[in-house]
Design a protein around this ligand. Structure first.
Ligand SMILES: Cc1cc2nc3c(=O)[nH]c(=O)nc-3n(C[C@H](O)[C@H](O)[C@H](O)COP(=O)(O)O)c2cc1C
Length: 301
C-alpha cells in the first residue's frame, strides 16, 4: 500500500476541484491510500475579497511572510508519504500566503523530507516566478520535485484581469456584464485534468518518475507564453521595491497601499501593453533565448 498526501488551499473551490480531479486515478486504485489536507488559517482571508484585504495582502504575499495556520493532524505528520501532490495558487507573483505559510512550517519540514512532490497550480496565468519560489521552498524542506502542472485562464491577459478580479470581489463565477467570458481555469480544463493523474499513478506504482514531466507536458500540462515570462520577471523587480517599501509603513500603510493600487492598475493597463509591443518587436532577435526559456519552464529543474 502506498500513501499519497494531497495538500491544497482554495477560496472559490477551483483549486480543490482540480486537486480532486487529478487525484481521481489514485483514489480509484486499490494499491493507494490517498489523504487530503486542506490548509486552514487561524485568521482566514475573506472571500469574496474587499479592496483593503486584496491589496493589503500584497507585501506579505510577495515577501513570503508566513501567517499562523491551524495545526496539521498528527496522523498526517506521523505518516511517511510516498508522494505529495501540492496544489497551490499564485498571489502577487508568489505562492499564496497560506501555501508559503505551510511550506515554511515545522510540519512541512517533516512531511516533505525526502519525498517526491508534484506541484499543481491554478492561477490567472502568471505563475512562472511563483513556481521558482516554490522550488526553493521545496528544496529547503529537502523535497524531491518530480512534476509540475500549470492550469491557467487561457483568455487574453487583460481580459482575465477583468474577469478574475470581478470574480474575487463578487465571489461568484459568472460572465461579467454578460459579455465577458467566465473567469479562471475553464470547466473543460478542470474536468479533463484527471488525465494528469494517470502518469502520476504509473510513476508512483513503478516508483520511477524519470519521465513524468515529459509525459505531463505531452498531455499539455504546461503551456508557456513567452510574453508572460517577461512581464512576470519585470513585475517581480517592481514588486520587490513596492513590497519592501510598504512593509516598513505602519500608520501610513493604508494610504501607501492606495498609491500601490493606482500604480498596479497603471502597470497592468498601460505598461504591460507597451511591454507586449516591445516584446513583439524584439521577438526575432530573442528567439534563441525565448526557446531556451520555454524548455526550462516546461521542465522541473
Ligand atoms: C490576492 C490575489 C492575488 C493574485 N495574484 C495572482 C498572480 O499574481 N498571478 C496569477 O496568475 N494569478 C493570481 N491570482 C489568481 C489566483 O492564483 C487564483 O487563480 C484564484 O485566486 C482562484 O484560486 P482559488 O482556488 O483559491 O479560488 C490572485 C488571486 C488573489 C486572490
Amino acid at each position: 500500500m502506498k500513501n499519497v498526501l494531497v495538500i491544497y488551499y482554495s477560496q472559490s473551490g477551483q483549486l480543490e476541484e482540480i486537486a480532486r480531479n487529478i487525484a481521481k486515478p489514485l483514489l480509484d486504485s486499490n494499491e493507494i491510500n490517498v489523504q487530503f489536507h486542506e490548509i486552514k488559517l487561524e485568521k482566514p482571508f475573506p472571500f469574496p475579497w474587499n479592496n483593503d484585504a486584496f491589496f493589503g495582502a500584497f507585501p506579505e504575499s510577495f515577501l513570503q511572510i508566513p501567517t499562523p495556520l491551524l495545526p496539521v493532524p498528527e496522523a498526517i505528520v506521523n505518516t511517511k508519504f510516498d508522494l505529495i501532490l501540492l496544489n497551490y495558487q499564485v498571489w502577487y507573483l508568489s505562492p499564496s500566503i497560506p501555501i508559503t505559510s505551510f511550506l515554511k512550517s515545522s510540519e512541512a519540514k517533516i512531511i516533505f523530507n525526502n519525498t517526491p512532490v508534484v506541484t499543481i497550480h491554478g492561477s490567472r496565468n502568471m505563475w512562472i516566478m511563483a513556481q521558482e519560489k516554490v522550488k526553493v521552498l521545496l528544496k529547503e524542506n529537502n523535497a524531491l520535485l518530480k512534476g509540475n502542472i500549470a492550469l491557467v485562464d487561457r483568455r487574453g491577459n487583460l481580459i482575465s484581469v477583468v474577469t478574475i478580479v470581478e470574480w474575487m470581489f463578487s465571489g461568484v463565477k459568472k460572465r461579467y456584464l454578460g459579455i465577458f467570458p467566465l473567469p479562471g481555469v475553464s470547466d473543460k480544463d478542470i474536468n479533463e485534468s484527471t488525465k494528469f493523474g494517470y502518469p502520476i499513478l504509473t510513476g508512483l506504482i513503478e516508483n520511477n518518475y524519470d519521465n513524468l514531466q515529459q509525459k505531463l507536458v505531452a498531455l499539455d500540462a504546461v503551456r508557456i507564453r513567452p510574453f508572460l515570462i517577461t512581464v512576470d520577471k519585470t513585475g517581480n523587480k517592481i514588486f520587490s521595491k513596492w513590497s519592501n517599501l510598504l512593509i516598513t509603513k505602519k500608520q501610513s500603510r493604508k494610504a501607501w497601499t492606495k498609491v500601490f493600487k493606482v500604480y498596479l492598475l497603471l502597470a497592468i493597463w498601460l505598461i504591460s501593453p507597451i511591454v507586449y509591443i516591445l516584446h513583439l518587436i524584439a521577438y526575432p532577435l530573442r528567439i534563441r533565448k525565448i526557446n531556451k526559456d520555454i524548455q526550462y519552464y516546461k521542465g522541473i529543474n
